[in-house]
Design a protein around this ligand. Structure first.
Ligand code: TZP
Ligand code: MG
Length: 219
């Protein structure tokens, strides 16, 4: 197991980039989030050329350094080109086994799931974690569907051993319900990248998640 894969068990706040929503830009957001203790970054970029993505992905890889996991959303080819730590893929993207064949055994593969059945299938196919989506309604992803509610996380947690990252409509007010519901980590895109101070917001999310885990589970 690489060092980066071992880090998966220790993540609290997970940043997904969004250049359309960001106030200060993707590179600035990544830099601030890493400085604030975010240990996993997903580069999600759908609006620039592959050539430009590869340039930006290499810069993000440098910012993540050895401390933070660096994943590329959807694009196995871009992840390979820059030797990222792995990919995050959706139900309609490249199947996990095909991605694993291309990336090899050491890279991290995360899959978006919406149900217990999809989570079980993801684990069976060799996913390293699942992104459970959407927990609440969100306007950040137009086709995300309706929120499943934080109370739906428990059934997924009971069904699989790999970590669950919760995503969709999460903010500081509802984060506690998400972690108590069974999520290992959570993503908040608009709550962080639309803020004036990404570093401070990230710090607050990291501290809040750690406190909820410590108070509830003693870890
Ligand atoms: N996938 C599922 S919901 C979502 C993505 C990328 C958007 C989450 O954004 P926000 O602003 O945290 O609701
Ligand atoms: Mg996708």
């Amino acid at each position: 197991m690489t060092d980066k894969r071992a880090l998966l068990d220790k993540i609290d706040f997970y940043l997904v980039t969004d250049s359309g929503l960001s106030r200060k830009g993707t590179l600035s957001d990544v830099e601030k989030a890493v400085a604030a203790g975010c240990r996993i970054i997903q580069y999600r970029e759908k609006s620039i050329s592959t050539k430009d993505m590869i340039v930006e992905a290499s810069q993000i890889k440098t910012l993540c350094g050895r401390e933070s996991i660096f994943l590329v959303n959807d694009r196995v080819d871009v992840a390979l080109a820059v030797d990222a730590d792995g990919v995050h893929i959706g139900q309609d993207d490249m199947p996990i086994d095909a991605a694993r064949d291309l990336l090899g055994p050491d890279k991290i593969i995360g899959l978006t799931v919406h149900t217990v059945e999809e989570a079980l299938e993801a684990e069976k196919m060799g996913a390293d974690y699942v992104g459970l989506s959407p927990i609440f309604n969100t306007s950040t992803k137009k086709d995300a569907g309706s929120g499943i509610g934080p109370e739906s996380i428990r059934a997924v947690k009971d069904a699989i051993k790999i970590p669950i990252i919760a995503i969709g409509g999460i903010n500081k007010q509802n984060s506690e319900s998400v972690i108590l519901g069974g999520a290992d980590s959570l993503v908040a895109i608009s709550a962080v990248v639309c803020s004036d101070d990404v570093e401070q917001e990230t710090r607050e999310f990291v501290a809040l998640i750690r406190k909820v885990k410590k108070d509830a589970f003693g870890k």
